[in-house]
Design a protein around this ligand. Structure first.
Ligand code: ADP
Length: 301
């Protein structure tokens, strides 16, 4: 099979592992920077070009679109969909999962457990908003943040008000969320491929840190998840429409709650924590599922 990996950096662990796994299985793989692709928007014979060449003999596309290039990156994925080329994660699903507010609304609609979450635009009702999510301690999150940046724990009413006012002053979009104290600085990453949790790890924040992000010094270990956690992760990925997803859960007193569904989950942390060949599992899934003109959305929505 001819496979294209849309990634800006071929030296990234996840990209390298996907290349390795695909080549081991006899596929021809190219890593292409989506920002260098250009395309013709036309009903008739849509194309994606790269360095003067048209990429129309590709059988599968693996999007690894970073948060900072979601807009252009998903346009490139959408164009491949319009060409009838199989994309592991479709553009609409990637766009959905990138918008934290939209994804929480979609998950809530289907009854997935979530931390109680509030969102407001007006500057007038800070107190109400704080009350709406059950009062302090609470977590305030920038909608555009990644890797734990812009995620703040406000332990008192005063701290909550100052953080909210500060974010508003910066005209930043943010959500206010119930703090799941009983998670004790840990979260569970479930790696979902094709409707199955193929690996899961627990990430524990370093001493005194409520954020468990590995980029912030968190440590990952393999973990056994409960059937309820497994089905929550699988359902969350399905609701977003993602074939490959990293579903982040918190263990709350009232069962698993979903924090986030990631459409380009990192492979390094999970492979190291579990010793599993996740890249190989992804390529196998593509082998079984990649067919022309089988895109669910064909670029719609
Ligand atoms: P990012 O997408 O930037 O990583 P997250 O929403 O995943 O932001 O938050 C970063 C970390 O902060 C999480 O991995 C988790 O450990 C902690 N965290 C986030 N929200 C909550 C919450 N409502 N209650 C408890 N801990 C939380």
């Amino acid at each position: 099979m001819k496979i294209v990996i849309l990634s800006r950096k071929r030296e990234l662990y996840s990209t390298r592992r996907l290349v390795e796994a695909a080549e081991e299985r006899g596929h021809v793989v190219r890593v292409i920077n989506p920002l260098r692709c250009y395309m013709n928007i036309t009903a008739h014979n849509p194309r994606v070009c790269y360095k003067g060449e048209c990429l129309d003999d590709v059988q599968a596309v693996i999007p690894r679109i970073g948060a900072s290039i979601t807009f252009y990156g998903t346009a490139v994925v959408r164009q491949f969909e319009m060409m009838g080329i199989y994309c592991l994660n479709e553009s609409v699903a990637i766009t959905r999962s990138r918008d934290k507010l939209r994804s929480l609304q979609l998950l809530a609609r289907k009854g997935i457990g979530l931390p109680v979450t509030g969102f407001a635009n007006s500057t007038m009702y800070t107190d109400d908003l704080i009350e709406l999510v059950g009062g302090p301690p609470l977590v305030v999150k920038l909608l555009e943040g990644t890797q734990g940046v812009g995620v703040v724990l406000a332990e008192t009413q005063q701290a909550a008000e100052s953080v909210i006012d500060a974010f508003r002053g910066l005209k930043a979009n943010f959500i206010v969320q119930e703090y799941i104290q009983e998670a004790r600085g840990a979260d569970i990453r479930c790696f979902v491929v094709g409707g199955k949790v193929v690996a899961s790890m627990k990430r524990q924040g370093k001493e005194g840190e409520f954020r468990s992000n590995l980029h912030r010094g968190g440590k990952a270990t393999s973990v056994r998840i409960t059937p309820e956690e497994r089905s929550t992760a699988v359902r969350a990925a399905r609701i977003m429409g993602l074939s490959v997803a990293g579903v982040d859960l918190l263990r709350s007193n009232h069962g698993p709650v979903v924090m986030e569904v990631n459409s380009s989950p990192g492979i390094e942390g999970i492979e190291h924590a579990t010793g599993k060949d996740i890249a190989g599992t992804i390529i196998e899934y593509i082998e079984k599922n990649a067919r022309p003109n089988c895109t669910a959305t064909r670029g719609k929505g």
